[in-house]
Design a protein around this ligand. Structure first.
Ligand SMILES: [Fe+2]
Ligand SMILES: [Fe+2]
Length: 243
């Protein structure tokens, strides 16, 4: 009787090698590079469960480990952070819709700036999540459940504009704590993640200031963005090619 191993090595390994290799660029031959065949065979035999998309050693991650970064913990923090940005974008949409009347219309544009910039934060950090070996949960319900900040629900007494401003302020303050944790963990160790997180932090600090100023009437250095959702700090990060 032919065993599974016999079938695997005689039929499946050559099949997977041919399936996963293409001739070298600029080669006149239709055959794959023999050296690459050898590498592919070694990879497939060492990982028979995943013959497709074998990931080689990632030096960018090796360096982080050498610098003392707990990559699994960082991935968890970032997934929670981008989850909070995404859910905040959703809830801010509802909050903005309820900024009506003489007072509400006056702050609608500020809420919209914060809403779009929080969406931009999601876009700016998600590519880094994948570089680190993480990924977005397949199910959006799971994604929302693991978000690092509470849901920014529309308050029952939303006709009082201050009640909406308090919800907005708490959401921004949670985001500052959340990205602050990522900055603390990566400073001096993971310059790439730190750079994106600190850019997000700068905008979160501005968002907090906007809502504090609206609530407290303290003097303000804030003036309007050049356009809605400008993201002056994160605008050229990640997937934000539309900005
Ligand atoms: Fe944000
Ligand atoms: Fe924000």
């Amino acid at each position: 009787m032919i065993s599974f191993n016999t079938v695997y090595f005689i039929y499946l390994v050559p099949y997977y090698i041919e399936k996963n290799l293409v001739p070298e660029k600029n080669s006149t031959s239709n055959a794959a590079n023999p050296f690459m065949r050898y590498i592919a065979a070694a990879c497939i035999m060492s990982n028979p469960q995943s013959p497709k998309g074998v990931v080689p050693n990632v030096v960018a991650l090796e360096v982080l480990r050498k610098n003392g970064i707990d990559i699994d913990k960082l991935i968890k923090l970032i997934t929670a952070g981008v989850g909070a940005e995404f859910t905040t974008y959703y809830y801010y949409t509802i909050l903005r819709m309820h900024c009506t009347g003489l007072e509400g219309e006056g702050i609608k544009e500020i809420v919209e700036d914060a809403r779009i910039e929080d969406r931009n934060h999601f876009e700016a950090m998600v590519p880094r999540l994948y570089e680190l070996g993480g990924s977005l949960p397949r199910d959006i319900r799971k994604f929302a459940d693991q978000a690092g900040c509470p849901d920014a629900y529309l308050p029952d007494n939303w006709e009082d504009i201050n009640s909406i401003l308090k919800v907005l302020l708490e959401a921004e303050q949670c985001a500052i704590r959340s990205w602050g944790e990522v900055c603390d963990m990566t400073t001096g160790k993971d310059p790439r993640t730190y750079d994106i997180a600190q850019r997000i932090m700068q905008e979160e600090v501005e968002h907090e200031a906007w809502f504090i100023e609206l609530l407290s009437k303290r003097p303000s250095g804030h003036f309007r963005r050049k356009f809605v959702g400008q993201s002056p700090h994160t605008g050229d990060q990640g997937s934000l090619i539309h900005l």
